[in-house]
Design a protein around this ligand. Structure first.
Ligand SMILES: *Cc1c(COP(=O)(O)O)cnc(C)c1O
Length: 472
């Protein structure tokens, strides 16, 4: 052991002012501003003073750390990722992607004054629903329409307006939970309505509803069983029959459609999904659905139907608490406009474009990318192009799958702890500048290419793989 007095004292840093005059910190000040640079530099100097054992001050290292910390702090927390999960409408990854028309409309609405609640004809106060009500009426056949924050809010608002303190009849087979936080019985209670379960889990008949109607009944509600399917010995009451019964007894009939697309999806080879127009045509008096599921728009909850009922909903003070902001209205109007031209919808609406991508195209893309990805990964992982199945997501068509193709990444031969390899690889892919999210299946990390647009994004995806850092 050398006695402490025998070692020379560690090299000390220059004064903070001097450090800031150096080219490295100067350019950081230009980039991030003086205050954040000062704060980081002070923290780093304090760290050096407290180092145990004391060490020499290393200026290049200090500057590099300042730069890394400032850069990390400047990275937005909400950022784009590659959704290669195979779930097109992934709730955790933000659901539908906006078309350029909607992005443009949002940018305008955010940066300029608009006629959000202003009637340009008579110069008086207007209603924010006016921007979308006409389009929704045209596209669904409903007499009136309104919109709120999301479909959960729409259901809450319908129930709270028409059924508070009264009873709502729902088939037992439709008492669903969606994504944990939205359960029909809970939302009913929160809206102040009493749920009356009708029929059995697998079979509910018209007479079950007829017998359950009492003077306390405020509404009959049908809930689209979005995220599961009942198969086998089942019976549900056709909407037209339920609507006729409700009309006869003078009770509003509401349908929570969940996803609700505005067009017949089968024209693009996709599975059939009920539309609000069908529900209205079958006699539903109110229909609610999401803006950011199959419709492919921004997060919103849309309500269409009977004029008098919609007017009551609009007068509910809760509507004010759940209302849409101008950005959403701008995006929603732009997306609804695209539906006026169904012929070009599949090219213009990203959700539909991704859902209707032919499997052969995705397969060809996988074959083309596999060697490029293998080259970028070198010996770090094996790469195969394999067929797989995508799903629509967000509770739409839960049983249906779409043929697709993926890049399947596996452990290189001779890898230690190969069993943990897919998890390690998934973590490394999430740490890339633009995180890549895949799914692990049968010991392989699968990157479903359905949502990887050919073009700019594809190149970025391949290029950044060179940065992948796997634990040794
Ligand atoms: C998704 C869904 C909801 C909730 O809609 P959000 O827009 O996510 O709030 C409600 N009901 C059904 C049937 C659904 O599928």
């Amino acid at each position: 052991m050398t006695p402490p007095e025998a070692t020379s004292a560690p090299a000390r840093p220059p004064a903070l002012d001097r450090l800031l005059e150096g080219p490295a910190l100067k350019s950081l000040v230009d980039l991030h501003g003086r205050q954040p640079v000062l704060a980081v530099a002070r923290d780093e100097l304090a760290r050096w003073r407290q180092a145990e054992p004391p060490c020499d001050f290393d200026r290049p290292q200090f500057e590099a750390r300042c730069q890394a910390l400032l850069q990390a702090a400047a990275t937005p927390h909400l950022r784009p990722v590659f959704n290669l999960t195979g779930t097109v409408l992934h709730t955790n990854l933000g659901r539908a992607l906006a078309p350029p028309e909607a992005v443009q409309a949002v940018a305008e609405a955010m940066s300029r004054p608009t006629n959000l609640e202003y009637d340009l004809q008579d110069g008086q106060r207007g209603d924010r629903d006016d921007h979308i009500e006409g389009l929704l009426r045209e596209l669904t056949g409903g007499e009136a329409a309104t919109a709120v924050n999301n479909n959960a809010a729409a259901v809450l608002l319908m129930l709270g307006t028409l059924a508070a303190g009264k009873e709502v009849l729902v088939s037992r087979g439709e008492l669903i939970e969606i994504g944990g936080a939205f359960r029909i019985p809970d939302i009913m209670r929160r809206a102040g309505a009493r749920l009356v379960e009708v029929g059995t889990t697998n079979r509910t008949h018209l007479r079950d509803f007829a017998e359950a109607i009492t003077p306390r009944t405020a509404m009959v509600m049908k809930v689209h069983t979005s995220n599961y399917a009942i198969q086998g010995f089942t019976a549900a009451v056709p909407e037209a029959e339920l609507a006729a019964l409700c009309r006869e007894r003078g009770i509003p009939f509401a349908v929570d459609l969940g996803s609700g697309t505005l067009v017949d999806m089968t024209r693009w080879g996709l599975p059939a999904e009920p539309t609000p127009a069908q529900a209205i045509a079958q006699g539903a008096q109110l229909v609610s659905f999401s803006g950011d599921k199959l419709l492919g728009g921004p997060q919103a909850g849309l309500i269409v139907g009977d004029k008098a009922l919609v007017a009551r909903i609009k007068r509910n003070p809760l509507k004010r608490a759940l209302r849409l902001d101008k950005m959403t209205i701008a995006a929603l109007e732009a997306v609804l406009r695209l539906y006026r031209d169904p012929e070009r919808l599949a090219q213009r609406l990203p959700t539909l474009r991704l859902l209707s991508r032919p499997a052969e195209d995705i397969r060809a893309q996988a074959e083309r990318l596999a060697p490029l990805v293998a080259q970028a990964l070198g010996a770090r992982a094996t790469v195969q192009a394999l067929p797989c199945r995508s799903q629509i997501g967000s509770g739409s068509l839960p049983v249906e799958r779409l043929d697709s193709a993926c890049l399947a990444l596996g452990a290189p031969p001779g890898q230690r702890r190969a069993g943990r390899f897919p998890e390690h690889l998934a973590a490394a892919l999430r740490a890339l500048p633009m995180p890549v999210i895949g799914r692990i299946e049968d010991g392989l990390l699968r990157l479903d290419l359905r949502c990887l647009d050919a073009g700019g994004d594809e190149q970025r995806f391949v290029e950044q793989l060179a940065l992948l850092q796997l634990p040794g």
